[in-house]
Design a protein around this ligand. Sequence first.
Ligand code: ATP
Ligand code: ZN
Length: 298
Amino acid sequence: MEQPRIKIAVQKSGRLTDHSMELLTRCGLSYSRGRDQLICYGENMPMDVLLVRDDDIPGLVQEDVCDLGIVGMNVLEEARLDLQSQGVNNLFNQIRLLDFGHCRLSFGVPVDEAYEGPQSLTGKRIATSYPRIVGKYLERHGVPGTVVTFSGAVELAPRLGKADLICDLVSTGATLKAHSLYEADTVLESRAAIIQTPLDVCPEKEAWIQRLLQRIGGVLQVRESKYIMLHAPRNALGEVRELLPGSEAPTIIPLEGRDDKVAVHAVCRENIFWETLEDLKEAGASAILVIPVEKMLA
Ligand code: ATP
Ligand code: ZN
């Protein structure tokens, strides 16, 4: 019998596409792209990737058309509130946050208008592509306002006289600035997440899903991790160890012909910044080397 195949929904073309495909590739998936460019067929794992609009991903997973999906939490949260308002309780399971697609859903206010907290939204018309999230925010703060739904070019709404302010995704703030808006309160901090169908999957699929998740965990961990090697005076070991970010038990190796110094090797599970290296040097460390980690399986 043919092995059941896992279907993963990924954004077809947009900000999440390359990051999502790279993540799957790093998990060992190699694939060939279908002639219609809508499906990537996994060649070495029983997994295919469906390329779709990001807004369709929560629905595809919720309806069990796809087993897994990679999508921004902003889209997920809007879909969740929408489904709940329709009385649907069988939602997708969010299984892991990922390390890309970082952005904020924030209010953008015209530069010549004051904003002094949620009360300033009273009676205002707010343009957004996230009507449910914004509606809930207004409700939570007990401020009456009107939500105007826009599907794109939200930042033009104030100038067109369609709204007083907007609520949209921001990462650097450059787009807001270009439209004479400034970032006021943040409604939601977002990044990409992987979601799973709410229905039970067969044991063969479940085993592959678990394997994929474990590999994703490994990939995320590796991206943050570095292997660090340095020489340290024995009497500075305590201080040096404290400076190594997220390292458990470093390996201490004697140096030939030197009683006062040792070599320290450690896996640091957090980013190492120049400041850390400077602090290590200050503490007496020398010959400091930082090396990227290729693969890791905890
Ligand atoms: P689609 O055609 O798939 O509907 P889209 O135009 O809705 O595409 P993109 O602009 O590609 O979507 O953004 C996809 C996701 O990337 C967003 O939903 C959000 O989670 C994330 N993202 C990260 N940074 C930003 C940003 N600065 N602006 C918008 N989205 C961002
Ligand atoms: Zn979209």
